[in-house]
Design a protein around this ligand. Structure first.
Ligand code: MG
Length: 310
């Protein structure tokens, strides 16, 4: 739903300078609903806890007609799982408005690599499922590693000669899984990374992220993958396309300068940096003037005020 767009009737445009200016202004007004691309961890919730008030602010914006799409570099979970969690918090959400790096990777393959049929997945169950939903013949690195060990095969043969290797964070990573993925990339399979986040924050501290696995494979194969998640443009483009809009008209709301802010800049979008996650005000203020976000918000109330001004 869009908010009403002001229109001007030509009959009212008589030639006084004030009215001419007003009519020109009205004629150039675009649809005023915002496209909000909203990062999850550090913005809508922190770990298992909601960030107070943010779901309510987003629900209010959706009631005003804004498009709200959630974007996350996390590749481990299935879209419907996010949807249930966000709905439970009172955030406005539908099946198409959660775009993880796993879903964006599946969409990217479909759009950019139409020849791909079989995909080796080094990652978690949510990534496998998003790729199966898109129609791919998914072989897990775990299954291929078992077969390689039992039958004495190289990884490419054990995986059934896949066309592509998709790498996300695999919480059950083993050396043999890594070796299978490396074999397939060396044999010529396309190498796609869901994201290159170096670390993954957990309740027990900061752990290696998907990017740490990607670097291992890059080092082993000499092949640099296409990366889908922020700060690359593909995730934000897929999220905007999910509601029929373009990423350049978005307002990216995120807590991470290296991914959310840089990703917004990469697609020409505006940005709001939330101080509810990994970034401090001092870090934002230390940015060179041309690299700063459109706005900074310390909490949900400030976010609501910032969005009302955009
Ligand atoms: Mg975040």
């Amino acid at each position: 739903m869009r908010r009403p767009v002001p229109t001007s009737g030509s009959r009212s445009c008589v030639a006084t300078p004030e009215i001419v200016r007003a009519c020109r202004g009205a004629a150039s007004i675009e649809p005023v609903s915002l496209l909000l691309l909203v990062d999850l961890d550090g913005v809508v919730y922190r770990g298992t806890e909601p960030v107070p008030g943010v779901a309510r602010v987003l629900a209010d914006r959706a009631d005003l007609g804004d498009d709200v799409v959630y974007v996350t570099n996390n590749s481990m979970h299935y879209g419907a799982d996010y949807q249930a969690r966000l709905a439970g918090m009172g955030a406005p959400v539908s099946p198409r408005t959660v775009v993880s790096s796993a879903r964006a990777t599946a969409a990217y393959l479909r759009e950019h690599d139409p020849g791909i049929r079989r995909v080796l997945v080094l990652g978690a169950a949510g990534l496998e499922r998003e790729l199966r939903d898109e129609g791919y013949d998914v072989v897990t690195a775990g299954a291929a590693a078992t077969r390689a060990a039992q039958e004495g095969l190289d990884g490419f043969a054990a995986a059934g000669r896949p066309d592509a290797v998709v790498v996300g964070l695999d919480p059950n990573l083993t050396y043999l899984r890594l070796a299978v993925a490396s074999d397939c990339i060396r044999a010529g399979a396309h190498f796609i990374a869901t994201n290159r986040d170096p670390v993954y924050p957990t309740e027990r501290g900061v752990r290696p992220g998907a990017g740490s696995l990607v670097i291992a494979l890059e080092t082993a194969t000499g092949v640099v993958p296409v990366s889908i998640g922020k700060p690359a443009p593909y995730l934000l483009e897929a999220a905007a396309a999910a509601v029929g809009r373009s990423a350049a008209e978005a307002v990216m709301i995120g807590d991470n300068l290296a991914t959310d802010l840089a990703g917004a800049r990469a697609v020409g979008a505006r940005s709001v940096v939330m101080l509810t996650g990994v970034t401090t005000l001092a870090e934002v203020e230390a940015l060179p003037p041309d690299a700063r976000p459109t706005a900074v918000a310390a909490d949900a109330d400030e976010l609501a005020a910032v969005l009302a001004r955009l």
